[in-house]
Ligand binder design. Structure first.
Ligand code: HEM
Length: 165
């Protein structure tokens, strides 16, 4: 399958990334997690995205899914569905670096009637060769924009896949 030319700027994201993260927020206990993220080319001018996380004991934690769109090679749109009742539309400029890119995305959210209120989020994705670093902050439950998550993920190679079983 030929990659849509509009996706050239994010082509190196395609595949699976795994690593560790940590989370905090003023209203909750801090926590650690393992994260797996997969970006898939489906032959269209966007990538499918799925993220899964697990506690140190292996219990499922947060998951989210959506689509990554690239506009004119210079900005990103991340359209996300949260199982906690939010939809998140994140947009930001895509800045090329020596061995990847950096992108800070500002989000608008829609909350379901039963969801905890999340008013806005900020995400940062830094890709440097085989390392993907993520940062996530949110204005939620009545607090201003405050850090919630950071993770450092490594590109999963066929050898690492075999080791995972
Ligand atoms: C790596 C992904 C994530 C992990 C591992 C994670 C984990 C957690 C944990 C353990 C808590 C505290 C217990 C709980 O309320 O369940 C929490 C609270 C919360 N998280 Fe996250 N979260 C993640 C992503 C997100 C995202 C993407 C959003 C928003 C779109 C979000 C919004 C919230 C909110 C609103 C709370 C409640 C805070 C409160 O009740 O005071 N989280 N998260």
């Amino acid at each position: 399958m030929t990659l849509h030319p509009g996706l050239a700027a994010v082509a190196s994201l395609i595949g699976t990334w795994r690593g560790e993260g940590s989370g905090q927020y003023p209203t909750i206990d801090s926590f650690q997690y393992t994260e797996e993220v997969t970006f898939t080319d489906v032959g269209k001018p966007f990538l499918h995205y799925i993220q899964r996380t697990w506690s140190p004991a292996g219990a499922p934690m947060h998951t989210e899914t959506g689509y990554l769109r690239v506009v004119g090679g210079t900005s990103m749109e991340f359209v996300l569905a949260q199982p906690t009742g939010q939809t998140e539309l994140a947009e930001g400029p895509l800045i090329a670096t020596v061995d990847g890119f950096t992108c800070t995305l500002e989000s608008r959210l829609v909350n379901s009637a039963s969801a905890k209120q999340v008013d806005a989020t900020e995400r940062r994705l830094d890709l440097a060769a085989d390392v993907l670093t993520t940062h996530f902050a949110m204005a939620a439950v009545g607090l201003p924009m405050t850090h919630h998550l950071t993770s450092r993920l490594l590109r999963s190679t066929p050898a690492a896949e075999a080791q995972q079983g």
